[in-house]
Design a protein around this ligand. Structure first.
Ligand SMILES: *Cc1c(COP(=O)(O)O)cnc(C)c1O
Length: 398
């Protein structure tokens, strides 16, 4: 017998749960793409996206996922053979690096491991050693979604500006935008990329690249530019259709409009960040309690280095497969798979992830945590019971 019938919950770190309102906004007839509502709504969408990114600069919008924005960021600013410095704290910066290598960039990586954040001193040393400015761009993930490490983007931006190194600063905020405080302009970020399916609560299918004046200057000489990905007409279109290099993602734009109404105009982005932080503290309260005994550990020990959008848990012994299966089949909660962080466990069966990004509150997240605790109990996974009670205290503020 299964007990999963009832509302299903997706607790993976992207795609996140799309609110009913967003889905309903998308359920409509195809619109006129030459004039009228869709075209008129575009300036407001651009303004609201920039408000979420905290930038006064430009945004290029693509019909693509996060991987597409990796390519767009690099191809608009760099040339064949250019060197990039990749700061890795999990798996996703490596993915960006591989995308760069496929574009014939030379990538140098500093690997900070899979449970700690970027160390500014090491980056400072690498930049100082690069006296002839071979490094054209520094690439970093704000949140690495595999490890759930969150990096100090403000600190890195300050460091780049203090050293005076001319490299562009590019940040992957695919898992963090609208989940963590982020200030593109104040923190000195030249290029920021994100997708619509995580903090922006819209079904997967749109990617965004935000870019400032230093990135525009690099764009002038970048020889990796290509017709479809080029910013030129996307960011500053003379005609509506140029923004998307063809037909607009019509229904996604209606969904995104509704999501931005919720995030920017109803809740307010700072309140969105505060909600994520409280949700994250509830998850950490549960996880740190579970970890007091048994085999379940948070992947990132130091709370200061933890993402507020996703938490990776590690079993020091055994496999997460039965636990994830129980949660899905018996409790209707789909937990995130582990992405291999250990060479000797390539499939990541020692890890699982709780996504806490997007449309979530005490009710939904406590459900996920309780189902996770039940799954550990049901599968005889040794842990310290009572984590959910600790999470409840975070919400009740006692
Ligand atoms: C999800 C994610 C990606 C990949 O996005 P896709 O839409 O799956 O291509 C890249 N980087 C980070 C940090 C992510 O969280």
């Amino acid at each position: 017998m299964t007990q999963k019938f009832g509302p299903a919950t997706l607790a993976i770190p992207g795609p996140s749960t799309a609110p009913e309102r967003v889905l309903r906004a998308m359920h409509r007839a195809s619109p006129n793409i030459y004039e009228g509502e869709l075209v008129d709504m575009m300036p407001g969408i651009v303004a609201d996206l920039k408000a979420v990114a905290r930038t006064a600069h430009d945004v290029s919008i693509y019909i693509c996922n996060g991987h597409g924005t990796w390519e767009a960021a690099l191809s608009n600013t760099l040339s064949r053979g250019d060197q990039v410095l990749v700061l890795a704290t999990g798996r996703f910066a490596q993915g960006w690096k591989e995308m760069g290598e496929s574009l014939h960039l030379k990538a140098r990586m500093i690997d900070f491991g899979t449970d700690a954040a970027v160390e500014l001193e090491q980056v400072a040393a690498a930049l100082a050693a690069d006296t002839d400015h071979q490094i054209k761009a520094v690439l970093c993930c704000h949140t690495d979604t595999a490890s759930s490490v969150r990096n100090d983007i403000a600190g890195l931006g300050q460091l780049l500006s203090d050293t005076g190194h001319p490299a562009l600063f590019m940040v992957d905020c695919i898992a963090s935008l609208a989940c963590e405080p982020f200030e593109m302009d104040r923190w000195g970020v030249d290029v920021m990329i994100t997708g619509c399916q995580k903090g922006l609560m819209t079904p997967a299918g749109m990617g965004f690249v935000f870019h400032g004046p230093r990135a525009w200057a690099a764009h002038e000489t970048a020889d990796l530019r290509s017709g479809y990905w080029d910013w030129e007409s996307r960011a500053r279109p003379k005609m509506f259709y140029q923004r998307f290099c063809g037909t607009a993602p019509t229904h996604h734009l209606y969904g995104l409009r509704e999501a931005l109404n919720m995030l920017v105009h109803e809740e307010g982005i700072e309140q969105v960040w505060a909600r994520h932080e409280r949700n994250a503290r509830a998850v950490w309260a549960a996880v740190d309690h579970w970890a007091e005994q048994g085999v379940v550990q948070p992947n990132v020990a130091d709370r200061a280095n933890r993402s507020t959008a996703v938490t990776t848990l590690r079993l020091t012994e055994g496999s997460v497969v039965p636990l994830r299966r129980w949660a899905e089949e018996e409790a209707g909660v789909t937990l995130g798979v582990g992405l291999g962080l250990d060479i000797n466990v390539p499939r990541g069966d020692n890890l699982f992830r709780i996504g806490h990004m997007g449309h979530l509150n005490a009710h939904s997240l406590l459900g996920t945590l309780a189902a996770t605790e039940a799954a550990m109990l049901a599968t005889n996974t040794p842990f310290h019971p009572g984590g959910v009670a600790e999470a409840i205290k975070v919400y009740a503020a006692v």
